[in-house]
Design a protein around this ligand. Structure first.
Ligand SMILES: *Cc1c(COP(=O)(O)O)cnc(C)c1O
Length: 370
């Protein structure tokens, strides 16, 4: 029996997820985590109205979802003051990143991102044989000038920036992003990942400009709306750009239950405000715990706080594993010099107490190993 060969590109890749999931960690540890603060999920949960809508939709799950996602696209269009033609629904931003790379990248095409930025994007680029060029962060922020210089240098078809950024929680004001857009080289598409935009200060998101075919913005129900497991994200852009995705997207990829949940979540803006308040309070609390233990919390426009452990990567890794040892699931940036930090997702009272209790003990243990 001879199996067919995988593609030449697949043969160069390893079958590794860009993120090790907490469930994988739990199986390896042989016990569950007490606090799940590593994946920037919203531990505050979704709106009760979204939960009710999803429960109600469960009985209809024998039907495929509407392939045009008409209701959610129109609800999002109303919400943002755009047209439904500007909106594409996908299986989270992760799914949309796959589509955009599939649509634009042939083997050898140049793609630009920051070293240590969101790794799922790089994963998809590799899957289509794209050539990734990276530029360093500058002062713990993604660097629009360096991204543009590199894009020009390699005639990039795609350039990626997350604003606010993961894993640092940093952000640029809208004028910086607008200036970046104005200076994009011809033939280059900016992917503006706004997964955390609902947590950012006013003036972070650029004005909508649906006439520009060089910008694709991405948002999600996974973070502020607390629906990471539902897998609903959306891209916003020029109608021609959005229409092109119809050539390659998984038309029945959205779950009927998830779409109903997203429509209800969007309609419950009071709950979003409540989550934003909860996140702001929890951010302050994580920052205070960090300072109380001699560490430095970085400013954050997201639902997590990145903490500078004021030493090297080896030390940050020890702090991380000592926290995991104490049943607190957290993550850290992959790349130097950001990997001197650990990254803590916000959460409610119980999770914050567990973190505050574990942090000094984890630090003492990590310092003792020095
Ligand atoms: C969490 C995250 C995503 C993933 O969003 P999904 O919609 O759940 O796929 C995308 N981009 C960044 C920067 C993120 O941190």
């Amino acid at each position: 029996m001879t199996a067919p060969k995988t593609t030449a590109i697949a043969q160069t890749l390893s079958a590794i997820s860009p993120f090790v999931g907490p469930e994988t960690n739990e199986r390896a540890r042989g016990k569950p985590f007490a606090a799940r603060l590593g994946a920037n999920e919203s531990v505050f949960g979704p709106s009760p109205k979204a939960i009710a809508a999803m429960q109600d939709a469960a009985k209809d799950v024998w039907m495929y979802a509407d392939a045009e996602c008409f209701e959610l696209r129109n609800a999002l269009a109303d919400y943002h003051g755009l047209s439904a033609d500007n909106i594409l629904i996908g299986e989270g931003i992760d799914g949309l990143l796959n589509y955009v790379v599939r649509l634009f990248i042939e083997p050898g095409d140049c793609v630009v991102t920051s070293a240590g930025a969101y790794p799922t994007f790089n994963y998809h680029v590799a899957g289509f044989g794209g050539k990734i060029e990276t530029v360093p962060f500058k002062d713990d922020r993604e660097d629009p000038d360096a991204l543009l210089d590199k894009a020009r240098e390699c005639a990039a078809k795609l350039v990626y920036i997350a604003n606010p950024d993961n894993p640092m929680g940093s952000w640029h004001n809208a004028d910086v992003i607008e200036d970046m857009i104005a200076r994009l080289p011809d033939g280059c598409l900016l992917i503006l990942d706004e997964a955390y935009i609902e947590f950012a200060p006013e003036g972070t998101a650029p004005e909508w400009d649906m006439d520009n075919p060089q910008v694709l913005r991405m948002r999600t129900f996974s973070k502020a709306y607390g629906m990471a497991g539902a897998r609903v994200g959306y891209a916003i852009g020029h109608p021609d750009l959005i229409r092109d995705f119809g050539k390659i997207r998984n038309h029945f990829g959205a779950s009927r239950i998830s779409l109903e949940g997203a429509v209800a979540a969007l309609a419950d803006q009071d709950y979003l405000v409540q989550t934003q308040d909860n996140v702001a309070r929890s951010r302050a609390r994580i920052a205070e715990a960090a300072r109380a233990n001699g560490l430095e919390p970085l400013p954050s426009a997201t639902n997590f706080v990145t903490i500078d452990c004021k030493s090297d990567s080896a030390f940050a890794k020890r702090v991380l594993s000592e926290l995991m040892e104490r049943d607190i699931f957290v993550r850290m940036p992959f790349n130097p010099p950001q990997d001197r930090c650990i990254r803590i997702s916000t959460g409610p009272e119980r999770e914050m107490e567990l973190f505050e209790e574990a942090l000094p003990k984890a630090l003492t243990a990590a310092r003792a190993e020095d």
